[in-house]
Write a protein that binds this ligand. Structure first.
Ligand code: 3EB
Length: 321
């Protein structure tokens, strides 16, 4: 454990191969295989707000700054993931709990061969969901502790994940009245439901004068109730994903959860858009640029999605200042 005066809690390179996670210069770094060429790659940096303590424990790389904690992990390509996914998540949840950062507010899962079957004939996404659900049931049994998440494909094999957590009392899970909570999907989508909330609201710390409320929006697709709609129509799926986010962030939905803070598609400051077919990116790009404010930072990635019929999925961060 080295105390380091560095400006980042975690660095994720969206790049042409998987690597890590490792600690480099005191900062957790994870390379994920999400880009076809280095030209398309980009780096995501989660800034620290104080002195960073970082380390590695049972394969999970982590860092904390007194306010937030970052964890990253990697599951090597395997015939089945249920056990490695459960172990990796249980380790991360255990590290967070022992350091006092109990409230996970955002998780990214990038899953190689996401729609292929594992050695037992279970789709790899469903296999992963089983292990993740078992870890949350064991370590964080309250539905209020379910984080916002994305679960998308990757270009390489194996599964990488990274997450952010806060000290207790700042997070609220948000659901969408148009969608069944993912953790209550019927069993036809897999033996264990996906463990994620549609969004998480993060309050500013009491010590933060004029701090902004933020909403971390999960990967959002053309799902109503629990069903995928507009099969084969990427434009309609994209419009419905945007409409789902608009409903999620509608003022009435925010107040229904007892919250104030950012509302509406106009509050989306960052968006990331996952597109299954490379050829669909120009159309999806145009629709997203029409829907979000000009200042929204939007990135596009060409990867598979967690249901074979889904062609597009959109996530982002909303804040009101
Ligand atoms: C859905 O609504 C689309 O498994 O963590 C979106 C966000 C999706 C997160 C996850 C999956 C996940 O079910 C898929």
């Amino acid at each position: 454990m080295n105390p380091e005066e560095f400006p980042a809690l975690g660095v994720i390179n969206y790049t042409t191969r998987h690597l890590g996670p490792v600690i480099r210069d005191g900062i957790p770094q994870l390379d994920i295989h999400m880009s076809h060429t280095t030209r398309d790659g980009f780096t995501e940096v989660w800034p620290a707000q104080g002195t960073v303590l970082s380390g590695e424990d049972r394969g999970i790389v982590h860092a904390r700054d007194g306010v937030h904690m970052f964890c990253a992990g990697r599951m090597a390509p395997a015939p089945a993931y249920v056990k490695t996914a459960r172990d990796a998540y249980m380790t991360a949840l255990d590290l967070l709990a022992s350091a006092g950062y109990t409230d996970v507010f955002r998780v990214w899962n990038v899953i190689g061969r996401i729609n292929d079957d594992n050695a037992e004939g279970l789709e790899i996404y469903r296999d992963f969901c089983r292990g993740r659900a078992e870890a949350f049931e064991a370590c964080a049994p309250e539905t209020s502790q379910i984080p916002a998440a994305s679960g998308v494909g990757a270009l390489g094999e194996g599964i990488s994940f990274y997450l952010l957590a806060a000290r207790p009392g700042r997070t609220t899970s948000i659901e969408n009245p148009l969608q069944v909570p993912a953790y209550r999907y019927p069993v036809r989508y897999g033996p264990k439901s996906p463990t994620f909330a549609r969004a998480t609201h993060l309050r500013p710390r009491p010590a933060e004068a004029n701090g902004a409320d933020r909403i971390y929006v999960s990967g959002t697709a053309a799902i109503r109730g629990h069903e995928s709609l507009h099969i084969g129509d990427v434009e309609a799926q994209c419009r419905m994903s945007l409409a789902n986010i608009a409903r999620l962030l509608a003022p009435g939905n925010i107040t229904r959860h007892g919250l104030s803070g950012p509302a509406g598609l106009t509050s989306m400051r960052q968006a990331r858009v996952y597109v299954r077919e490379q050829a669909d990116i120009p159309l999806v790009r145009r629709l997203c640029h029409e829907a979000f404010p000009a200042a929204t930072d939007i990135s596009f990635l060409n990867v598979d999605l967690c249901r074979r019929e889904l062609l597009v999925e959109i996530e982002g961060i909303a804040h009101d200042q």
